[in-house]
Design a protein around this ligand. Structure first.
Ligand code: AMP
Length: 438
């Protein structure tokens, strides 16, 4: 167990961490913070939930001086993530004099210009608006010594790579930089080769895609029955729930239905104004709303620890999205469940995702005795075993039956790694696994 004070952090930062009740450093923090503090660049394959924000933010706070201009720059793909990072930094830095500004599109320039005028040492920004400020001269990067690219693969998906290169080309060459990405596609590796200097790499073990620590299940139903089942699953929840939909229209419809049924739900999707998105996220984060209905992009990176259930109302369009979505539950060592609704036409897509799931996966059709009658052309996509009703043990969790609504995870023994992943240090082939939580 590594204490934060062993990582070489100052007293005023340790005090902020103590206020948050963090008792020990998470593996990624233990691995990354000392490296960044020595001034070496880092590439970390990390998901939200791993504690990466604290890893880069604490190292940055340690090195930055008050009143010396903008020294820290964090680039994140979405406004929501940028706001969340800022909030965390403010908490960690509560006893320092470091000031942070969030720079993102959709908010009036005036507020941001005022904050910048008052002086800040750290800027957390989305790429587009940051470029606007760079072009008008309201942000200059000449004093920047620490740069973070968070969720680099999402930025790639969102088409921000050119923007990021534009920004990095304006930053001083002598800087400490770290890049975090849940996946490492070639473009990201290329970016890191070009802009990072001999980075130390921390890669997740291959078993990361297991959704370890999350009780995962699926239910094959007709599309038109989804809403009925949604209500059944969310009625008993005691904490919060996120419902993921594949389109904005769907998101709106589901949120509308939930309102009609008197659920305390908010929605977040790309077409909503920035103000309304912030309102929704604010309500959900503060616990004023129990249910968040969302599309993928709008909610990437969102960390709300009280989420006990994620429902994939629609099958995600790719495997990684599935793991990102379910990663919204079981945060910071809490327990969580994820249920995927598979409409008949999505069985093929779901089978592709299923192959990547290494953890036990419960078949709710079998457990709940729900028959399915798939039209013939679609049947060909179905694995015969699952619908034979014979092989339940392959899909159920250790004899557990029933309990679909409650948050009880029955006989599941969340392993002793507390849901955190194992990191291997690519340089030395060491694995940071000596402790039980890995
Ligand atoms: P992140 O991966 O940065 O989104 O962090 C995931 C969650 O873990 C956040 O809610 C953090 O507040 C929480 N967290 C991060 N580090 C620690 C720690 N060392 N101890 C307890 N909670 C932590």
């Amino acid at each position: 167990m590594t204490q934060f004070k062993e990582l070489g952090l100052k007293e005023d930062i340790l005090k902020g961490i103590k206020d948050l009740g963090y008792e020990e450093a998470f593996p990624i923090q233990e691995a990354v913070i000392p490296v960044l503090l020595t001034g070496r660049d880092v590439v970390g394959q990390a998901h939200t939930g791993s504690g990466k924000t604290a890893a880069f933010a604490l190292a940055m706070l340690e090195k930055i001086q008050p009143k010396n201009g903008i020294q820290g720059l964090i680039i994140a793909p979405t406004r929501e993530l940028a706001v969340q990072i800022t909030e965390e930094i403010k908490k960690f830095g509560k006893y320092t004099k470091i000031r942070v500004a969030t720079i993102y599109g959709g908010q009036g320039m005036g507020i941001q210009l005022d904050a910048l005028d008052r002086g800040v040492e750290i800027v957390v920004a989305t790429p587009g608006r940051l470029i606007d400020h760079l072009k008008r001269g309201s942000i200059e990067l000449r004093d920047v010594t620490h740069i973070v690219l968070d969720e680099a693969d999402t930025m790639l998906d969102m088409g921000f790579i050119d923007d990021i290169q534009f920004i990095l080309d304006l930053a001083p060459e002598d800087r400490v930089m770290s890049l975090y990405s849940a996946t490492m596609p070639t473009e990201i590796l290329r970016l890191s080769e070009e802009y990072l200097n001999n980075p130390k790499q921390f890669l997740l073990d291959a078993d990361d895609l297991s959704g370890d620590g999350i009780d995962q299940s699926f239910l094959v139903i007709k599309d038109r029955d989804k809403f009925k089942y949604l209500i059944d699953f969310i009625k008993p929840i005691k904490r919060q729930c996120i419902v993921f939909c594949s389109t904005k229209y769907r998101t709106r419809d589901v949120a509308k239905f939930l309102h009609q049924e008197k659920f305390n739900a908010v929605a977040i999707e790309g077409d909503m104004s920035q103000h309304r998105r912030e309102q929704s996220m604010g309500k959900f984060r503060s616990g004023k709303a129990d249910i968040l209905v969302a599309t993928d992009v709008a909610s990437r990176g969102i960390d709300v620890p009280r989420v006990e259930l994620v429902i994939n109302y629609d099958v995600p369009n790719q495997e990684l999205t599935y793991f990102h979505r379910i990663g919204r539950t079981a945060r910071a060592g809490a327990e969580g469940r994820a249920i995927t609704f598979v409409s008949y036409s999505s069985v093929g897509d779901w089978n592709l995702i299923k192959r990547q799931i290494k953890a036990p996966l419960r078949d709710l059709n079998q457990e709940m005795g729900i028959q399915i009658s798939i039209p013939d052309p679609l049947k060909r996509q179905m694995p015969s075993r699952r619908y034979g009703g014979q092989s339940r043990s392959n899909y159920s969790r250790g004899g557990r039956s029933g309990g679909y609504g409650g948050s009880n995870r029955g006989g599941d023994s969340r392993d002793d790694r507390g849901g955190r992943k194992r990191y291997s240090d690519k340089d030395s082939k060491n694995s940071y696994g000596g402790r039980s939580r890995w």
